[in-house]
Design a protein around this ligand. Sequence first.
Ligand SMILES: Cc1cc2nc3c(=O)[nH]c(=O)nc-3n(C[C@H](O)[C@H](O)[C@H](O)COP(=O)(O)OP(=O)(O)OC[C@H]3O[C@@H](n4cnc5c(N)ncnc54)[C@H](O)[C@@H]3O)c2cc1C
Length: 429
Amino acid sequence: MEGPGEPYPADSWYTATAQALDPFPAVDGDIKADVAIVGGGFTGLSAALHLAERGVDVVLLEANRVGWGASGRNGGQIHSGQRRDVEWTEAHLGVERSKRLWALAEESKALVRDLIARHDIDCDLRDGLYATAHKKRFVESEKRYVEKLRRDYGYEAVEWVDQEPLADALGTDVYYGGIHDAGAGHLHPLNFALGIARAAAAAGARIHETTEVTALEDGAMPVLVTTRGRVTADTVILAGNGYLDGVEPDTESRVMPINNYILATEPVGAGQDGGILKGGEAASDSRFAVYYWRPTPDGRLLFGGGETYSRRFPSDVRSFVRKHMLKIYPQFRNTRIDHAWGGTLAVTASRMPRIRKLRTGVYVGAGYSGQGVTIAPLAGKLLADALTNAPGRLDDYASIPTPQFPGGKWLRTPTLIAAMTWFALRDRL
Ligand SMILES: Cc1cc2nc3c(=O)[nH]c(=O)nc-3n(C[C@H](O)[C@H](O)[C@H](O)COP(=O)(O)OP(=O)(O)OC[C@H]3O[C@@H](n4cnc5c(N)ncnc54)[C@H](O)[C@@H]3O)c2cc1C
């Protein structure tokens, strides 16, 4: 695993196209704030921005650079709904809560668009996403799902696309059909994160990079012990997600880091007339270990797939992801791969996020299970709402249990590997 103070990943297309932001200074000695946030990804940056806009004295501590974690490395895909579909949320949480969670997810997409517009963030936002079926047996249930969203949730941006037109749109015939979601989309996540950081700093948030939090001491006022000094605050928000390690053992036994990988090809006309993804949309598929891809503005294919579960990344990420890409786009066998990188996200056993108050003065937002481009910025805002004018805003998430992984923090990885291997096998059946 990379250590504190690391630069952005050198081989990432996002790093290569980032709108550079001057470094923020490290903490220097002991300081105080109303709210101290651990982690400068979408969760922490959104919380910092919304708190600072309301006049709260807020400090954000980031071990590396803002946007260095999953927020600056991900697929950039904006999905509708929660990570679990409405059939799952209805069955486990009831119809009324399912509808409220759907509404929150709609709010999260609107928040992303609003942040981009309000703060003039240049991050290549595009509309449209295909969710494709990689097994014929999924077709009928997916068609019914489209009808359910339209009928029961009033969500009319989705429509079913048959195999042939889908193949034409994607430039691959390996899928049996898919859902086109005009309300979903994609963006450049690192530039989105840097834009929120810029806005938060302008609103008065004190951002400190290269400052790793090594311990949280509970007391009348919580204290964050850092490599650069002690930070005392009325309230602490833990927003380290998959990178938080050794600060909050209980959350770490319920939120598990896993790694995922992306490559960017040389320009192949993706998202352009005559190329793949002609309409410029993103796409993802129905595999449990999901494949996801999208065009870049300069016509590259950005393809994500492949997971690992230890802190170490494969030594050759290009080859690791390329074999997955070739299953979908064999025509790119001789195409140059210009960039490849990995990142660490966090999953929960239920795949629903852990957003809540943990105890007096300590809050957490984590475990988006692969859907943090929209839900993490929302979590940051809900946490800011909870600390200022609307404590009830966390309730719909806070009341969803986050079970411990069997074996807790230390044994969760072998258990997860066993489970994931089974699901990956099921993808192939
Ligand atoms: C390869 C990949 C592809 C993905 N694709 C998608 C996608 O297409 N769509 C989608 O919705 N989601 C996707 N995700 C998930 C999404 O990126 C995350 O859910 C989201 O970015 C989480 O944001 P965050 O702020 O909670 O965490 P992060 O962005 O990981 O930020 C956490 C930050 O906290 C810092 N930190 C941790 N511990 C400490 C400490 N002790 N002291 C100081 N700082 C600390 C880290 O350095 C890091 O910068 C993907 C993730 C990966 C890795």
